[in-house]
Design a protein around this ligand. Structure first.
Ligand code: FES
Length: 121
């Protein structure tokens, strides 16, 4: 059902875990399944220096969060804000149609983390 890249990110998730003293935190829940995703970012000079995630969700959600962290690490906040849910699914090489909603959590949580950071500064 999943391609190799999705399986790789699911089985070896990158940047997973909690972050101490993050610059911003974003959390979203998926209405369809009740799963939750949390993204922590560390921002310096408008750049995402570090990013971590915690996901209570399915394999597609874990793979989406993992690939998203790789996509935006080192990017400016504007570049990260421009990443869409479709970009995440595309970066994963596609997801089964029934699992597309799972990838929506990743970019949404990231955008919330950026908004949280902007609200703090
Ligand atoms: Fe809940 Fe995928 S089934 S995020």
């Amino acid at each position: 059902m999943y391609n190799e890249k999705v399986l790789d990110h699911f089985q070896n998730p990158r940047n997973v875990g909690e972050m101490e003293n993050p610059s911003g935190v974003g959390e979203v829940g998926n209405m369809k399944c009740g799963d939750i995703m949390k993204i922590f970012i560390k921002v310096e000079d408008n750049i995402i220096k570090d990013i971590k995630f915690l996901t209570f969700g399915c394999g597609a959600a874990i793979a989406s969060s993992s690939v998203l962290t790789e996509m935006v690490k080192g990017k400016t906040l504007e570049e990260a804000m421009a990443v869409t849910n479709d970009d995440v699914a595309e970066e994963l090489g596609g997801l089964p149609p029934a699992k597309l909603h799972c990838s929506n959590l990743a970019a949404d949580a990231l955008h919330k983390a950026i908004e949280d950071y902007q609200g703090r500064t």
